[in-house]
Design a protein around this ligand. Structure first.
Ligand SMILES: NC(=[NH2+])NCCC[C@H](N)C(=O)O
Length: 405
């Protein structure tokens, strides 16, 4: 099985999604902020919206992989099961008595049920405690709303916890505490699932912070990496070293973005819809800048700039000019539609993308520019602040440049 991605727009062959499940039902008005959701989604409707998204992809010949299925299959491998179980049991919050109770609880679960607990977490009242099997001090003193194992509602945004560059997978290093455990799951899937035997890695979670939503494959050999609330300058530098050493890229544009929720990743303000065309939030299009990083002769990354992003990108991509489509027409519409992930399109092929239907102006702008938009509903999915690009991790795209060898 060859997984290979060298652009944002080559015809999409295989994608990793996560159908939202019981982990969304853990969200309450008390915990939604720390779990990075802006509202409490209606779980059943979110699932319907997600199923419709997956159906649009399948209808266009895309192979859809589900994270929960891959995880359950991975957990059938004894080493993977042991590793993932030890990871949650290793939490210093548990203490020895509660750790034993949780270990017993997990030991009886079949792979699918264990996958559920690893994604949806374990609530205080779900641990079997009795006179013969006491919870000990930690369980007794715990607030009943606390989780023994935290849920992972942001698993839905598969874009962030892993990414593919060429034939290599990068398991990222997530910045927010609410998301860190996600990469223990993606890491185990790529290391133990039979489908990924022999896959080489280009990044791992022990490295500096880097999230997939910040990484754009502008063209074969050219990456753009947003640095802001999530990815750090050190994360961008590390990725540059890794991709240069592996021969996966020759140029990386490092793009500072505002450190705020509305622009938590580069893909919230800019996505690609054609080989030479980006969809961009007009309120930043003219101000975005970039440092150009290339591999120096000694292997040390060499830094140039900053220069205007659009200029630097066109130069790196060997284009006269990068074509820009604005999201929204007036600044208020643009701001509303940016917030609702209007910029966050997923390209299925050059000039064909998926976008949330609610971003009426943005989608009309795209259509006027000759880009076909497949509209999907996202009223519930969007409450986690992520659109079609955030909710997808491409594993196979038709190469814009055929793989060497
Ligand atoms: N690639 C993206 N823009 N992902 C959006 C992630 C949203 C998620 N609630 C978070 O805050 O992390």
């Amino acid at each position: 099985m060859t997984h290979y991605v060298d652009s944002e727009v080559g015809r999409l062959g295989t994608v990793l999604l996560h159908r939202p499940g019981p982990e969304l039902a853990r969200l309450t008005p008390r915990n939604n902020d720390s779990l990075l959701f802006d509202a409490i989604p209606w779980v059943g409707r979110a699932q319907e919206e997600h199923d419709a998204f997956a159906a649009e992809l399948r209808g266009r010949g895309v192979e859809v992989l589900y994270l929960a299925t891959l995880l359950a299959e991975t957990l059938a491998v004894p080493e993977a099961r042991a590793e993932l179980t030890e990871q949650v049991l290793g939490s210093p919050r548990l203490g020895d008595t509660l750790r034993r109770r949780v270990a017993d609880h997990l030991a009886y679960l079949d792979p699918a049920a264990l996958a559920d607990v690893l994604t949806a977490g374990l609530a205080h009242e779900e641990v079997r405690i009795s006179a013969e099997r006491p919870g000990g001090l930690v369980w007794t003193m715990m607030d009943r709303h606390e989780f023994v194992i935290d849920p992972l509602p942001n698993l839905l945004f598969t874009r962030d916890s892993s990414l593919w560059i060429g034939d290599r997978v990068g398991v990222t290093s997530l910045a927010m505490p609410a998301r860190r455990r996600e990469t223990t799951l993606t890491d185990a899937i790529y290391r133990y699932h039979p489908r990924f035997v022999g896959t080489r890695a280009v990044y791992h979670p022990g490295l500096e912070h880097l999230e997939g939503g910040d990484v754009l494959l502008l063209a074969p050999g050219v990456l753009a990496v947003g640095v802001g609330e999530r990815t750090t300058p050190a994360g961008a530098e590390r990725l540059a070293r890794q991709v240069f050493a592996a021969g996966l890229a020759h140029t990386m544009l490092v793009v500072p973005i505002a450190q705020e929720r509305a622009t938590m990743h580069l893909d919230t303000v800019c996505t690609m819809v054609d080989v030479d065309t980006v969809l961009m939030y007009p309120n930043v299009a003219s101000t975005l800048s970039a440092y150009t990083v290339i591999a120096g002769p000694d292997g040390e990354p060499r830094v140039d700039g900053p220069a205007p992003f659009l200029r630097a990108a066109a130069d790196a991509m060997d284009l006269d000019q990068l074509r820009v489509i604005d999201t929204g027409l007036d600044p208020v519409t643009a701001e509303r539609e940016q917030w609702d992930d209007g910029n966050n399109t997923l390209a299925l092929a050059p000039r064909l993308c998926v976008g949330y239907e609610r971003n009426v102006e943005t989608n009309a702008q795209l259509e006027r520019a000759g880009i076909e938009v497949i509209p999907i509903a996202g009223s519930e999915l969007g409450s986690g602040r992520g659109g079609p690009r955030c909710m997808s991790c491409p594993l196979v795209r038709e190469p814009l440049r055929p793989p060497a060898g």
